[in-house]
Design a protein around this ligand. Structure first.
Ligand code: ATP
Ligand code: LTN
Length: 347
């Protein structure tokens, strides 16, 4: 894809830390597809972020390729965007270092994701986990991004990205464009089916009955929705305070079918929760089954996937380099010599 100077730019990414969930599909990916024609879209598999939590190398490699296949199967057409793997573009790590020096300890200490992840990984509170938002800021700022479509939990990270960019611009002169987080109108925070007070998340350990994975079988999806925790009132209407379970199911259903909450309440008036849960399960299966089929076909064509991420890395590197060169100039680094043949050792 050639970038078009008239179009604004979109950047987003997801960690290949496990199997994609219905939460990241409705909260992020399905929103990407909505914007892809009108924005220069730069979409990433953020593997550098993933090693802030321990993960076996073979699993990370497998997840990254599977995630690429799923992006494409969900409608992210590589012809219409730049699709790449973060570690293939060194400018991300390079800009992150510079931005580390323009980010305050105090502001990173306030990040809720850092607090959550530190509590869950008490034996591995590493520096990468702490500076995670700075790398995310580098991802976004490298491409002069206008919008960042993410779920609700990432709003704070886009805010700190703006703060870091503003600070850098004030100290070094106008360099970065300030990005805006774009959240979906419904399903910006899909909750666990087994505990509607906590976010549906792929790395929740233990009980996975509350999480729908994009790879789940039809039977598993139906079973998980049937067992979804609800209240005892047996009447379908939206009330996020008092009916968290049903409101979550309504958000999922609304996001997939496009029906409003009022319409859903009307359609299911007088019917029990059983009927509604089944309808939600069916809507989810109808959406996910064709995606699975397409992803499986793509996964059997490794050469194609390699071609996609190779072209993506080349395009992303060229775009990112321009910003990084500008930043290096602004902070006072001596211009890089052109790298020709390296002299042999000892000469
Ligand atoms: P992990 O458990 O490894 O932290 P996760 O399942 O929370 O991962 P991420 O990879 O952090 O998912 O998120 C990918 C994208 O999907 C982000 O934009 C995030 O805001 C969005 N997202 C993730 N989970 C949900 C959810 N339950 N509802 C809405 N959006 C979500
Ligand atoms: N932190 C995000 C993933 C992420 C991201 C980004 C999202 C890393 N870099 C840049 C948007 C833009 C998360 O989903 N946990």
């Amino acid at each position: 894809m050639e970038t078009n100077a008239k179009k604004p730019t979109l950047f987003s990414g997801i960690k290949p830390s496990g199997t994609l969930t219905l939460g990241s599909y409705l909260g992020a990916i399905s929103n990407w597809t909505r914007y892809i024609d009108d924005y220069n879209s730069i979409l990433c598999i953020v593997d550098l972020h993933t090693i802030t939590v321990r993960i076996p190398p073979a699993e990370l490699r497998r997840n990254s390729l599977t995630q690429l296949a799923y992006y494409i199967a969900c409608g992210i057409d590589p012809e219409k965007c730049v699709l790449f793997i973060q570690s293939h573009v060194p400018a991300h790590a390079e800009l992150a270092w510079v931005l580390d020096c323009y980010t305050m300890f105090g502001e990173l200490s306030r990040m809720t994701q850092f607090k959550d992840k530190s509590a869950k990984n008490a034996d591995n509170i590493n520096a990468g986990l702490f500076t995670y938002p700075v790398l995310m800021a580098a991802d976004i700022l490298l491409y002069n991004t206008d919008i960042v479509p993410v779920g609700d939990d990432q709003r704070q990270h886009v805010e700190i990205c703006r703060d870091i960019a503003t600070r850098f611009n004030n100290i070094c002169g106008e360099t970065f464009r300030l990005p805006t987080a774009v959240l979906p109108k419904v399903a910006a925070r899909v909750m666990s089916l087994s505990d509607p007070t906590s976010k549906m998340s792929k790395s929740e350990t233990g009980d996975q009955s509350g999480c729908i994975f994009l790879t789940d079988s039809k039977d598993d999806i139906v079973r998980k929705f049937r067992r979804a925790v609800t209240d005892s009132e047996a009447s379908v209407y939206y009330d996020e305070e008092n009916k968290k379970g049903i409101s979550n199911l309504m958000s999922i259903y609304s996001s997939i079918t496009g029906s409003s909450f009022d319409q859903i309440a009307n359609d299911f008036a007088g019917k029990g929760y059983g009927d509604f849960k089944l309808a939600v399960a069916e809507a989810v299966c109808d959406r996910l089954m064709p995606i699975q089929e397409k992803a499986n076909a793509l996964l059997s064509d490794k050469a194609y996937l390699e071609q996609v991420y190779s072209e993506g890395a080349a395009r992303a590197s060229a775009l990112a380099r321009r910003t990084l060169d500008k930043v290096y100039r602004k902070v006072g680094f001596v211009a890089k010599p052109r790298m020709g043949r390296m002299p042999e050792a000892g000469k």
